[in-house]
Design a protein around this ligand. Structure first.
Ligand code: ANZ
Ligand code: ZN
Length: 656
């Protein structure tokens, strides 16, 4: 799709003698109207009426046109084929300069795109450049890269850049040169200006051209959604009637590696024509997997509907709130599913414009690569699970050996897990050893989800240690008996601080999981909190009450990440319901309120103490508290204070 493209005509095609002197226009489509002063010829497709017209009186051209028509019309091929052409003998008039411009037939011009004709600017378009080189056509530079112009301090290169001097086309946008009144303009500005000038003359206008291409969705493959068509010699292609849907593939097909195995299944292929009842053949092509993956999520909303793709329920649930996928999804699947959504929307099947509200592209998992490279022959890769790392007495790594034979292997560093490098890890081994919660915690803690994740056995062990510590903390708390009801809004200062940390953590985790999707930072915050809780001397009733509330919140905060342990802890803490049914906890905003702040006190710029001051304390109160600090007072030593600088909420500097 391209928006804001301009089409500009080269008007007045003088027709050859004898056919009258009627002036016609040759329309071209260009995305680079800024290069219009660099046009040195025009090229039309072999199927273009002008080519047909010229070929009538020119047998050589007629033969060339025929040859071109036999060639490929696939765009990708046109970019690489040898550029061939032939002059038509017809000139058109440049719409701005009035100069005559020769028209060629070019095999690289597609009839099906734009106008089937191009204004050729060899200095700035690769295809035109090669064509001009091939046939010795002039190359006129009209754009310079903006930095080039800067270096020359506003002067332009020599007017008509000689033919051979450009080594390749300058395809970037830039600053106009050799372009008369447009000189010095940037490409974007020039495109607007030139389009406006052409429009005023009735010789062009801006236009949006949709670059949609056909999508061949059929595949010669067994495994895919069958295309429900029956081919009948008499009736043609007949859709399978509704009551015979769905077409079910045979499940005992054994692909032998030679083409679509469905072709070899007479029981599948041979059928009766639904129209005339005669012998017919069932279509054996199946649909590309991209067809199904373009709308499966809408089907999830109504999987039991036997008569329609989707129903009202899709309106309720769609679009997908959070889509998650790997980078391999990033182009094709996302493009196709958006396109498909719009087709379904236009057909009235769904109400959404875009299928996904948010996208998270998760990073790749990396692991070490180990290999042996023989003198000759192929490298062999060894799975990290089969390799033992060797360390010296100090614990520094010195090498690696294959467990099977004790012989060294080479380490190739970290790389994306892949079959070819044999460095994949089956998480099952981790799950067998530590349980699924540890595996989940390790994976989510190791990196933010968009980043690459380095697999590490130590990381998994660390995650397991944390879960054990938490388990022990809860067990000890429960074994000490039930906590008495305590008024949590009126706690002594150290407990109030701890409870503030609990609710600050909850606020952070809520945001990290709910909005930022940074599970790793959420986990880090909970780990920090658990460390603080482990240090708490929980002998008083208020302390036990704070700890109880904190442990409940930890269970709830970790539930999305380590659901099994969280569930067990939640129940142990006295809840009947499953943790998955519990509501996400609310932050107690009163607990977040800080009533005192720690302020740094300096004497002559050197740190001499820290004092706790009430949050609302006025400046003279802060100054008084700072001067009253024992250590500060010693450094002031009774000398006269020249100045006291107070930075509210942060620091007091006493100058003596
Ligand atoms: C002059 C020009 C100068 C162009 C320049 C490009 C660079 P996209 O961007 O892919 O849409 N074109 C137009 N119609 C064509 C056709 N039927 N067959 C082959 N090529 C055609 O391509 C737009 C450009 O493709 C147009 O802009 C035109 O070449 C060429 F420095 O015009 B341009
Ligand atoms: Zn039939």
């Amino acid at each position: 799709m391209r928006a804001g493209s301009a089409r500009s005509p080269s008007p007045s095609v003088p027709l050859p003698q004898g056919e009258g002197r009627k002036k016609e226009k040759l329309w071209v489509f260009t995305t680079r109207a800024d290069t219009i002063m660099g046009v040195t010829f025009c090229a039309v497709a072999a199927e273009h009426p002008l080519a047909t017209h010229a070929a009538k009186s020119n047998p050589k051209l007629a033969a060339f046109v025929e040859e071109c028509k036999r060639g490929s019309v696939v765009e990708a091929d046109l970019a690489t084929i040898e550029k061939k052409g032939m002059p038509t003998g017809i000139n058109v008039t440049h719409p701005l300069t009035g100069e005559p411009i020769p028209v060629w037939v070019g095999n690289y011009v597609l009839m099906g795109y734009g106008e089937g004709a191009v204004m050729a600017v060899p200095a700035h378009d690769e295809r035109d450049f090669h064509f001009a080189r091939q046939y010795g056509l002039p190359i006129k530079q009209v754009i310079v890269r903006s930095e080039e112009k800067g270096v020359r301090g506003g002067t332009h290169p020599s007017p008509l850049t000689p033919h051979a001097s450009l080594a390749e086309a300058v395809v970037e946008s830039g600053i106009l040169v050799n372009s008369g009144k447009y000189d010095g303009m940037a490409s974007a500005e020039a495109i607007d200006g030139i389009a406006a000038d052409l429009k005023a003359k009735g010789l062009g206008d801006k236009q949006v051209v949709w670059r949609l291409r056909d999508w061949g969705i059929s595949r010669q493959r067994y495994w895919g959604c069958p295309i429900p068509i029956i081919h009948c010699e008499h009736c043609g292609d007949v859709p399978v009637p509704d009551e015979s849907l769905p077409v079910v593939l045979p499940e005992d097909c054994v692909p032998d590696g030679t083409g679509n195995p469905l072709n070899k299944r007479a029981d599948f292929v041979n059928c009766a024509c639904p129209k005339c009842g005669g012998q017919a053949r069932r279509e054996t092509d199946t649909m590309d997997t991209f067809v199904d993956s373009s709308w499966y999520y809408a089907r999830y909303c109504c999987p039991d509907n036997a008569s329609a793709m989707v129903d009202e329920r899709a309106k309720h649930w769609m679009p997908v709130d959070q889509y998650i996928g790997g980078i391999e999804h990033a182009i094709l699947h996302l493009l196709y599913s958006r396109f498909w959504s719009k087709v379904m929307r236009d057909s009235g099947l769904v109400a959404y414009d875009e299928p996904f509200t948010r996208l998270l592209t998760q990073g790749m998992v990396l692991n070490e690569i180990f290999f042996r490279k023989p003198e000759s022959g192929r490298i062999t890769y060894y799975n990290p699970a089969d390799v033992e790392i060797k360390y010296d007495e100090k614990g520094s790594r010195i090498g690696a050996v294959l467990k099977r034979d004790g012989q060294p292997v080479e380490a190739g560093g970290m790389g994306t897990m892949s079959k070819s490098k044999n460095n994949g890890v089956d998480p099952q081994a981790l799950i067998d050893r530590y349980g699924a919660d540890t595996a989940r915690l390790f994976i989510m803690f190791a990196a933010p989800p968009e980043d690459t994740l380095e697999w590490s056995d130590e990381g998994a062990a660390g995650a397991n240690r944390f879960l054990r510590r938490l388990w022990k903390l809860v067990a000890e708390h429960i074994n000490a008996g039930h906590a008495a009801k305590t008024d949590l809004s009126n706690l002594p200062p150290p407990l109030r601080d701890l409870r503030r940390q609990v609710h600050q953590t909850l606020a952070k985790v809520t945001d990290d999981i709910g909005r930022r999707r940074t599970f790793n930072t959420a986990i880090a915050a909970v780990m920090e909190l658990v460390n603080a809780l482990a240090k708490l001397d929980a002998n008083s009733e208020p302390a036990r009450a704070v700890l109880h509330e904190a442990l409940e919140l930890v269970a709830l905060m970790l539930a999305p990440i380590v659901p099994h342990i969280s569930h067990a802890l939640w129940r142990a803490l006295g809840h009947e319901e499953a943790v998955i049914d519990a509501r996400w906890p609310a932050v107690d905003t009163a607990a977040l309120k800080q009533d005192s702040l720690e302020i740094v006190v300096q004497v002559n710029g050197k740190l001499r103490g820290r004092v706790s001051v009430p949050v609302q304390a006025p400046e003279d109160k802060v100054r008084e508290l700072a001067l009253a600090d024992e250590n500060v007072a010693r450094h002031v030593g009774g000398k006269a204070v020249k100045k006291v600088i107070v930075v509210p909420g942060k620091l007091v500097n006493i100058v003596i």
